[in-house]
Write a protein that binds this ligand. Sequence first.
Ligand SMILES: Nc1ncnc2c1ncn2[C@@H]1O[C@H](COP(=O)(O)OP(=O)(O)O)[C@@H](O)[C@H]1O
Ligand SMILES: [Mg+2]
Length: 416
Amino acid sequence: MGGNIFDNFLAHPSLFINKEVMRHSHSPKELPHREREIKAIRFNLVEALKGQIPSNMILYGVTGAGKTAVTRFICSQLEDKGKQIGNSVNPVHVNCRTIDTQYRVLAFLGNSLLESHEMEDIPFTGWPTDRVFDELVRRMNRRGGVHVIVLDEIDHLVKKTGDDLLYNLCNINEDLKRRGSARCCVIGISNDLKFTEYLDPRVMSRLGQESVIFSPYDAGQLSDILQKRAEKGIKKGILGEGVLPLCSALAAQEHGDARRALDLIRVSTEKAEQSGDEKVEVHHVRMAQNQIECDQITPVIKTLPPQQKLVLFAVLLNERNGLSNIATGEVYEIYRQACKHYGSNNLTQRRVTDLLSNLDMLGLINSKTVSRGRYGRSKEINSCMPESIDATGIMIQADESLDSVNNGSYRFQSRL
Ligand SMILES: Nc1ncnc2c1ncn2[C@@H]1O[C@H](COP(=O)(O)OP(=O)(O)O)[C@@H](O)[C@H]1O
Ligand SMILES: [Mg+2]
């Protein structure tokens, strides 16, 4: 009597061999379709093994083009080889999206060179930047050899705080030479192809000594990549016909993003597992795609102000009633009814038009202006949301925020 809630799940063996292999964070040793990029970077970095200073480099490419994976792989091979032949090469990888100021990057680099017996870290904040820089130079020289500093997502840091960090690091060899024998090269990785427009020409000429462009993967390449990862991560014979090609095609539409492709295949397999199915089929991929889109969109919706939520809701309600290419007037009408329903004052149609442009900018709706001949121009509005997004959920959120605005005096039963 009274089974255990886990019984059913234990009865179904997992469809994964190793789910970790299917996550972004996993660093694969095989990187199909990046042979050309690997070769170019290797050709430059091999200098470090000979005790010479490699050129500084910039690596560009859209997100999910394999820049981080390729760089991490090469750097780990480089370090191993250095140890093997007794030439000290020290690669350090910094993610400038999370470590996003000059001070913090310098402190991070310095602390990565701490000797095991040392207790004294460079503090998180508080020292003058000069002192952190001097300490970094001292520690680099103490370790000796060639340091390879990888500044991943550097576009993020430069847009936020400028290019001082790059300027200082690209000139660090002069400081190193004055006081010791260590040498250094810098590799900047950017998701933004126009990143160099943010750089001072002096920085650009030093950092951009060599550049490598990672072009987006096409559907066939993504399919090969998924195939290789799935061999290690997902049980054999589980992926139904058409599953890999569909995941690859969907990710290729989205600028050839290997990260999206991996998400799709991993979440599809989870969906099959959750449904107790023994194979992953095309409909699981559709479910996965929907979930991934919802996961991306939900936080954006959550942070919208209440009136904006009502306007969005008005668009969705029109659509759920079977309309498409909705006119601003139709959105406004439903919006007005919703405001009445919630006992909230409604904004003018003009303001609602502004809010609609805002939703358009956030990518939640798509509005295009069409000409109606002698009747002038009007807007056609459609939402850009996955089908499974919960419109009533948005409304309840709007209700709650309005409720606090209205101090609880008008509380409606959500019947829409
Ligand atoms: N050629 C490839 N072979 C196998 N996995 C890849 C390949 N390219 C990218 N990936 C995987 O796709 C995901 C995204 O790649 P990543 O290197 O983070 O892209 P980027 O840094 O260019 O945004 C990572 O999990 C990575 O391991
Ligand atoms: Mg990256």
